[in-house]
Design a protein around this ligand. Structure first.
Ligand code: NAD
Ligand code: KPL
Length: 305
């Protein structure tokens, strides 16, 4: 019997992973936060995966955090600000040496989980796949991308990577997962907050080249101070390339704010500013951007963290 994948959180990425695992006949359970949510899930009849306008239903077994079954492999598919509390809700069920796979964007939440559950193997994932929820327990597979997996403490790839390949979940093992997470964080810090404050598409940031350039320079210095030279390499060029390549898109933070959803800024721009402070790097532009963004969020009734 192969190991059960427990998926904590049935949002966009949780659904995207659970449905593809289930389709490949890999045992999977989803863990829902409350009895009400479990009842809603049962009424929905399962998770729906929508790919190229085709909907498939997967009646995956769902359970509450308090279920007795032990957990060997836990995929944490919550937002960064929920991850630690979510893992705590099932911590008593984790077997010694359990694997915790962390799908969160940004940095900080993975380190908090790894520090609190040191006897588990924490695997960090940087995902460029795209999914969104048209309704509860449904996900549209909107963007094909890659999942980079790595463990900063142990370079050996897990044997179950082949399960993911079988399930059609694109994945690659990397020895430098922190470099990838830092690089993505820096790109997100340069682009996303400005798109929120200017209320614009990514491409419109080309009208603010000087500001982009200053932010990239500060981010580069923060990365260098954090021993992330590779993540810092040609950062501004990459940011400009992405701005042009995604010119017509709204950034994920812009979409979150416009839809009234809490952002993950503490784990993106907030993390960059904290790192700058810790490393005694001057980051006037980044700090000013964070303050303006926090004010904007409060004015729009959203949590500033
Ligand atoms: P989401 O908001 O769609 O889903 C998160 C789910 O976790 C929600 O259903 C929420 O109810 C659930 N949850 C929260 N706390 C819980 C708890 N204690 N117990 C059980 N469930 C709980 O989020 P998402 O878009 O899937 O994003 C997850 C992470 O992946 C984020 O860090 C995001 O930045 C990252 N990411 C998302 C995408 C994407 O396309 N959606 C792409 C790349 C990275
Ligand atoms: O990753 C992105 C996002 O929208 O979150 C982009 C815009 C590509 C870079 O910040």
């Amino acid at each position: 019997m192969s190991t059960v994948w427990h998926v904590l959180g049935a949002g966009s990425l949780g659904c995207l992973w659970a449905t593809r695992l289930s389709r490949a006949a890999i045992p999977v359970r989803i863990i829902l936060r409350t009895p009400q949510r479990l009842a809603d899930y049962r009424a929905a009849g399962g998770l729906r995966l929508i790919e190229e306008s085709q909907t498939s239903l997967y009646p995956i077994t769902a359970e509450l955090p308090t279920t007795a079954e032990p957990i060997q492999r836990l995929l944490v598919a919550c937002k960064a600000y929920d991850a630690e509390t979510a893992v705590a809700s099932v911590a008593e069920r984790l077997l010694p040496g359990a694997e915790i796979l962390l799908l969160q964007n940004g940095l900080g939440s993975q380190q908090a989980v790894a520090a609190r559950w040191p006897s588990s193997r924490c695997i960090f994932i940087s995902s460029t796949e795209g999914g969104y929820r048209p309704a509860d327990f449904q996900v549209v597979h909107a963007g094909h991308g890659e999942n980079w997996l790595g463990d900063p403490l142990d370079q050996r790839p897990p044997t179950w990577l082949r399960d993911l390949a079988t399930a059609g979940i694109p994945c690659d093992w990397t020895a430098d997962i922190e470099t990838r997470l830092w690089r993505k964080l820096a790109i997100n810090c340069a682009i996303n907050p400005l798109t929120v404050l200017y209320g614009c598409r990514n491409g419109e940031l080309l009208a603010h080249r000087e500001q982009l350039s200053q932010l990239c320079e500060e981010l580069r210095r923060v990365l260098m101070a954090c021993n992330q030279a590779e993540a810092a390499h040609a950062l501004e060029d990459e940011v400009l390339r992405i701005v042009e390549a995604t010119a017509n898109n709204y950034s994920s933070m812009h979409q979150d704010v416009r839809s009234g959803r809490r952002t993950e800024i503490s784990f993106l721009l907030g993390h960059a500013c904290q790192s700058a402070q810790r490393q005694h790097v001057r980051a006037d532009e980044l700090n000013a951007l964070l303050q303006r963004l926090q004010l904007f969020l409060m004015q729009h009734g959203l949590p500033p963290d």
